[in-house]
Every structure is written in C-alpha cells, then in structure tokens.
Ligand binder design. Sequence first.
Ligand SMILES: *C/C=C(C)/C=C/C=C(C)/C=C/C1=C(C)CCCC1(C)C
Length: 246
Amino acid sequence: MILLTDIAKMAPDDYVGFTFFIGYMAMMAASVFFFFERSSVSGKWKLSLLVSGLITFIAAVHYYYMRDYYMAHGESPTFFRYIDWTLTVPLMCVEFYLLTKAAGAKFGLLIKLILASVLMLVAGYIGEAFNPAGGSTSHSVMWGVISTVGYIYILHTAWMGEVAKLAEQSGDAVVQKGVRILAWFVLVGWAIYPIGYMCMPGGWLSAVFAPTDVDLFYNIADAINKIGFGLVVYSVAIQDSNKAAA
Ligand SMILES: *C/C=C(C)/C=C/C=C(C)/C=C/C1=C(C)CCCC1(C)C
C-alpha cells in the first residue's frame, strides 16, 4: 500500500528514483538471461554463467528493497547498498578466478582479491554510514583513501598482477581478450563509485551534487558493471564453447 501511494507521488524529474526502478528491472532481466543461457555453453562454463546470474539476481533483490526505501524516506539506502556489494563484489572476484583457473589460478588469488574487496567496502561503509551529521570532509576523505587502497590492489591484480599474468600464460586469445575487457570495467566502470561517494555531505563533490546523487552514480555504475561483467563472461563462454564444438 505504502509503495503504491509513493509511486503515485514520484516526481517526473526524480532521476534517482527512475534509476532505482529501471535498475531493478534490468537486473531481473539480466538474471533470467544468464540463467537460461547456461544451457547454450559447454560444461566448464556453466558455473561462470551461474555466478553472472547470481550477481545480477542478488542485486535485483537488493534493488527491490532499496527502491522502496528511497521512495519512503527520500534518502540513500546505504545499509542495503553495502550488503549488496559485500555479496556481489566477491562474486565478481570469483569470475576472475574462474576465467584464469584453467591457466593455473590458485585459490589464494581468490582469497586475496576478496580480502581487498572487503577492505574497500568496509572502509567505504564507515565513510558513508558514520559520516557526522552535516558531513565531515576529513572523515569522508580518510575512509575514502583507505577504501581506495583495496580498489587499487584489485586494479593492479587485473592489469599487471596475477590475473593479467595468468591470462597471458593461458595462451588462449578468447580468455585474454575477456580478462582485458573486465580489467577495463574495473578501471573505468568501478571508478564511477568513488565519484558517487564524493557527493555525500562533506565530500569533495558535495558543492556540485545533491546527497541523493550518490545513488544516481551508484545505480548507473551497478547496471554497467554487474550486467556488463556478466555479458563479457557470457561472450567468452559462448566463443569458447563454439570453438570446442567446431
Ligand atoms: C556491483 C558492485 C560493485 C562492482 C561495486 C564496486 C564498488 C567500488 C569499486 C567502490 C569503491 C569505493 C572507493 C574506491 C572509494 C570510496 C568508497 C567506495 C566504496 C565507493
């Protein structure tokens, strides 16, 4: 009931609300696509597609709640946002691990990537959720910088570290290209998140953007990264399955 009255009140220029609704639907549609397409790829890729579908499905469920939270309170659903990321970012690390596993990726690589994402997200959560009323620049910058350490570790691993080296060693052009595109997602797509973070009160961009614009950036970034990542993995899986069948 609350939901229906709030939808009726949604302003035509509520872009944040718009991206919550469209983000929810896009994540749902992408999940259906990845789950169904598992039957089109060869056995060794089915787990990767399942993970792609889980990432967008977990996001869809969180968007369902975040959308309503935003409609009811008109503020950022920071708590749900970070639960979503804490589940989905490690699953994106699993995608890197599965792609390079055939080339010899060790379980330790996955653990290191997950620890770096936990650092990135816990620091980001403290930065946002415990930002003093009215906003504190020193608080947001300090936790933002700590979070960036985790981000740079993942970025480095994907571009120059273990993931990049394993892709190189695999001698498989399809996997190499896939890993390279995912590394671009981490460099460009993931860089949208710190921009959103800086819109919060006290943040470096708070003079230019409204506090709710945090969610505008996060919603756009989530759609690009979660669905995009899954599509890259899907394209690698399809190409490799066709190659094997030929
Ligand atoms: C599906 C969700 C994804 C891919 C989320 C990624 C989130 C980040 C890359 C967040 C990074 C942040 C920083 C690098 C500094 C400021 C705080 C964060 C958490 C927004």
